[in-house]
Structure formats: structure tokens, C-alpha cells
Design a protein around this ligand. Structure first.
Ligand code: NHR
Ligand code: GAR
Length: 233
């Protein structure tokens, strides 16, 4: 087969003249869905700019005022807003969102702080090609307000998880997790910040695995590097 992307001659390099038929490596097209500040989006933009084998081909927000939209625009990435408040029901919103996603011809869809629950129809439209980053150590603290609930539960360890999106909300198979300690003097803001910093490493790493075709979901089973993944990384 083809050599790894990293091993192929770079365009303009001396090696190009030695191997003139080597094509430019195609980069995975990734659409990112956001609702808010978009710091995870920024981490993906930065990873792509640093040479990871994917490109952010579009960013979609359900909130017109999401600060993350400016991050995309600043990076020259096209943005779309599909405002859920403008649709009569979830099914109509999801149809429009699905069409907006599909128009970018993505190989992968990433939910990065996206705050609307997606219908089964939309999830199935991108089955095996949609990831979410969730701010807890799943299966603990599914749903919203995870940091507050972790503090209330008195848990010693908290973190974030990247999982394939399935029709089961926050229940799709977990790929990788980042753990942080909970400190005695933490409040929601300090704990969220500690988790978020780790999210910014975790999410680009998992997206790179998918782009390198090291990662897939078959049925509800995650595969990494040719073997079924028994425990999250
Ligand atoms: N959709 C499906 N089908 N499966 C998942 O695993 C999904 C999903 C959509 C979003 C992200 C998730 C998270 O990581 C996510 C995973 C929003 C809510 C929610 O209750 C819950 C989980 C997640 C995202 N949203 C409210 C709703 O009624 C609205 C809240 C708001 O707008 O602020 O959609 O946490
Ligand atoms: C992140 O912590 C992400 O895990 C979480 O929201 C934050 C978004 O930050 N996601 C959810 O809560 C999904 N319901 P960002 O917009 O700066 O990436």
C-alpha cells in the first residue's frame, strides 16, 4: 500500500523530483459542530495547521452568537449557522443541520461543545463518522452540568471522554479519556478549566487517529490499530 502520510515526500521537497508520481496526501475533511466558545475547535484548527492529516472544511453553529464562529472565520474556514430557534421542531432542524453538514462533504463530523441533542435519523446519516467530546469520565455524568455534578458527588477524579456518537445520548462507545484530579478547593470554574485544557490535547489526537484510518466503529465496537478496543485509551 501507500506509505504513511508522514513518510511521503513533501511537496516541493527534493524527494518530489525523485518520485514525481507520488500524489499529495489527501487530508480527511472534518466538519465541526459548536454552540459556544470553540476552544476545542481552536485546538483542531491548530493541529491541522501543524500538519495533522485532517482539515477543518466547515464549522456549523446552532447559535448565531457563538464566539467560536470567529475562530473559524479567522482561520479562513467557511461557517454556517443553523439556528434551532428558527425551526418548528427537532426533525426539521435536524434535516437542515444534516444538509448543512453534508454540503461540506465531510469524512468526519466532530461535536465540540455542541449543545443540541441529535435525532436518530441524523445520527444514522453519519453513523461511524461522528465523534463527541464530553466533559466527564463516561459512563459517569452523562448529560449536562457534569462539573457541578462531579463536585456534588465528591469524586476524586474527573475528566473528559471522546466517543462515537450513537442514538444513545452520551452512550456511544468511548474511544479515549483524559483524567484530572479534583482538588479540595475546586469550584465549577476551576474544575472545568482543568478538564478543558486536557480536552484540547485529547480531541485532536483522536481525530488524527481517525484521519490515519487507525480508528473505526463497527456495530457498536471501536477498533483501534486493527484490534477491538476493550477499554478506552
Ligand atoms: N446526540 C446524540 N444522538 N447522541 C449523542 O451522544 C449526543 C448528541 C448530541 C449532543 C453532546 C452531549 C454532551 O457531550 C451530544 C451528544 C446536549 C445535551 C442537551 O441536553 C445533552 C448532551 C449533549 C449535548 N441539550 C439540550 C437539548 O434539549 C439543550 C441544552 C441547550 O441548548 O443548552 O437538546 O454533553
Ligand atoms: C467543552 O468542555 C466540552 O466538552 C463541553 O462544552 C465545552 C465546550 O468548550 N461539551 C458539552 O458540554 C456538550 N454538551 P469549547 O466551546 O470551548 O470547545
Amino acid at each position: 500500500g501507500l506509505p504513511n502520510r508522514e513518510d511521503r515526500p513533501k511537496r516541493g521537497s527534493h524527494a518530489k523530483r525523485l518520485l514525481p508520481m507520488t500524489p499529495a496526501a489527501p487530508r480527511l475533511r472534518v466538519v465541526v459542530l459548536i454552540s459556544g466558545s470553540g476552544t476545542n475547535l481552536q485546538a483542531l484548527i491548530d493541529a491541522a495547521a501543524a500538519g495533522q492529516p485532517f482539515e477543518i472544511c466547515g464549522v456549523i453553529s446552532n447559535r448565531p452568537a457563538a464566539p467560536g464562529l470567529a475562530r473559524a472565520t479567522a482561520a479562513g474556514i467557511p461557517v454556517r449557522v443553523v439556528d434551532h430557534t428558527k425551526f418548528p421542531d427537532r426533525a426539521r432542524f435536524d434535516d437542515a443541520l444534516g444538509d448543512a453538514i453534508a454540503a461540506f462533504l465531510p469524512g468526519l463530523v466532530v461535536l465540540a461543545g455542541f449543545m443540541r441533542i441529535l435525532s436518530d435519523a441524523l445520527v444514522n446519516r453519519f453513523a461511524g463518522r461522528m465523534l463527541n467530546i464530553h466533559p466527564s469520565l463516561l459512563p459517569r455524568f452523562q448529560g449536562l452540568h457534569t462539573h457541578r455534578r462531579a463536585l456534588e458527588a465528591g469524586t476524586a477524579e474527573h475528566g473528559a471522554s471522546v466517543h462515537f456518537v450513537t442514538t444513545e445520548l452520551d452512550g456511544g462507545p468511548v474511544i479515549a479519556q483524559a483524567r484530572v484530579p479534583v482538588q479540595a478547593d475546586d469550584d465549577e470554574a476551576t474544575l472545568a478549566a482543568r478538564v478543558l485544557a486536557r480536552e484540547h490535547e485529547l480531541l485532536p489526537r483522536v481525530v488524527s487517529w481517525f484521519a490515519q484510518e487507525r480508528l473505526a466503529m463497527h456495530g457498536d465496537q471501536v477498533w483501534l490499530d486493527g484490534a477491538p478496543l476493550r477499554h478506552p485509551v
